[in-house]
Design a protein around this ligand. Structure first.
Ligand code: PLP
Length: 468
């Protein structure tokens, strides 16, 4: 099977060229994929141990086509290695997109959640949850935050931050609060989070009268002058609004400390220092989206420590539960006390199971000195990649960027090959990577990755470059 596909073309590939997932004009197999024996309840029972060969058909008939997928079914994993259904092994430098901090089949994680599952996994926030309090304490002990709100994903943590910034602005008499985000950013897929995402391609088809959610403005990332001008403009209420008794003003500046999906672009200290000052001057909030770069991926626990700047709010998800869904919106000072009872909620948010996972990841940071591992492995990865960019100047631009174990390598703009093409070749060699935009190859291994695994990944990557 040809694996050299770009993630961006994968959605076209699935259902056309590979045959096995082509949608039939009618689905005679659909009923045969379902149970044939009608149970007493009259309901069709789930397939628990189905035939793996049916999976692509089931995707075709039953799963909405929101993702372009590689033609690969992974069945199990251990550490930084994943195994496919046809028993091929892959060195995983994707980690579920910067999520599986402790790798796969982690004993710490599975012991913690098995124990929690057997004891109590969910009760709702009607009651006190010790694991939630303990995780909040660890997060606030090890950051600038005073208080935590728990949810289930990155987008939700950003929604919470956006709502908090609006409420904080409303408390100051601002009726038309504006949040500035960066062009090329990524903040998630809910309506407000995708509006915050400064990439118009993600807005297409989701507007109302051509508009997304009101109250978002975009600036070029790392451009201090553009940011200053925009803040000045936002803090001036237009005459017509004033006549209606409305007041416009800056509610927040919301930025990733390092743009992940936008091509692995590190934030510049002078930009974040200016953003901090502009927020202070406007009594607005500085929000850092730490969903991808946070929880140790940068070599420090939080991405903002690299700039360094102290946000009023920062958000986390992905690595926070090591792959068990959890999100958090953390705030300090006034922002930490902006929400009152009933202002925001999530049924699952901070349940015992998710928080037990978060605590297991947190414990690994101290038990295993994970941050030191990230820093040491990062140096090896960066120097190996720099050497490869020099060896393959016809394909790679020479640029290697990032912090810790979130590293991007640029494919030259003037060659036909995309990052997705190189990622496909690497997959053929047994190395999983992920593009960050059309021309950036992203390396995001589990934070427990070893020296030997970094060396092996560089080896496999070189083989992929030779064939690209
Ligand atoms: N924010 C950032 C910086 C991200 O990288 C992502 C996902 O890639 C999100 C938010 C959205 O997270 P989720 O997919 O968990 O909603």
């Amino acid at each position: 099977m040809k694996l050299s596909i770009s993630l961006f073309l994968a959605s076209q590939l699935v259902g056309s060229t590979n045959g096995f997932s082509q949608k039939p004009s009618f689905s005679p197999n659909k009923s045969s994929l379902k149970a044939t024996i009608a149970p007493a309840s009259g309901l069709i029972p789930p397939i628990i141990d189905g035939n793996d060969d049916d999976i692509l058909d089931l995707y075709d008939t039953s799963v909405q086509k929101t993702y372009g997928r590689y033609p690969l079914t992974i069945t199990h994993g251990k550490g930084c290695t994943l195994y496919s259904k046809d028993n091929k092994s892959y060195l995983d430098f994707v980690a579920g997109i910067a999520t599986c901090a402790l790798g796969h089949g982690s004993e710490e994680l599975s012991d913690a959640i098995s124990k929690q599952m057997a004891t109590l996994h969910h009760v709702s926030n009607l009651y006190y949850i010790p694991q939630q309090a303990n995780l909040a304490k660890w997060l606030t002990d090890n950051s600038v935050a005073d208080k935590v709100f728990f949810c289930n994903s990155g987008a939700e943590s950003n929604e919470a931050a956006i709502k908090c910034a609006r409420k904080h602005a409303a408390n100051r008499g601002i009726t038309d609060p504006v949040i500035i985000t960066a062009k090329n950013s990524f903040h998630g897929r809910t309506l407000a989070a995708i509006t915050a995402t400064g990439q118009p391609k993600y807005h297409e088809g989701f507007t109302y009268g051509g508009k997304m959610v009101d109250g978002f403005e975009y600036t070029e990332y790392n451009n201090v002058e553009e940011l200053k001008k925009l803040v000045e403009e936002i803090n001036t209420t237009p005459k017509d609004l004033e006549e209606q008794g409305r007041k416009r003003g800056l509610a927040a500046i919301m930025m990733e400390a390092l743009q992940g999906e936008g091509g692995v672009m590190p934030g510049k200290p002078e930009f974040f220092t200016a953003a901090r000052q502009l927020c202070d001057d406007s009594n607005a909030l500085l929000i850092c989206d730490e969903v991808q770069i946070g929880m140790g991926r940068s070599g420090k626990l939080w991405g903002y420590e690299n700039i360094p700047v102290e946000p009023d709010i920062f958000t986390s998800a992905k690595a926070l539960g090591g792959g068990v869904p959890i999100g958090a919106m953390m705030a300090r000072g006034e922002a930490a006390n902006t929400f009152g009872p009933g202002d925001h909620a999530s049924t699952y948010g901070g349940n015992p199971l998710a928080c037990a996972a978060g605590l297991a990841v947190a414990k690994a940071f101290t038990d295993r000195n994970l941050l030191q591992n990230v820093q040491d492995r990062s140096e090896e990865l960066i120097s190996g990649l720099k050497a490869l960019t020099q060896k393959y100047p016809n394909l790679l631009s020479g640029e290697v960027r990032g912090w810790g174990l979130l590293i991007g390598v640029d494919v030259r703009d003037d060659v036909d090959a995309t990052a997705g093409d190189v990622v496909g070749k690497a997959m053929e060699e047994g190395l999983l990577l992920v593009p960050a935009g059309p021309k950036v190859i992203r390396f995001v291994p589990p934070l427990i990755v070893s020296k030997e695994e970094i060396a092996k990944a560089l080896d496999l990557f070189e083989k992929a470059l030779e064939k690209s």
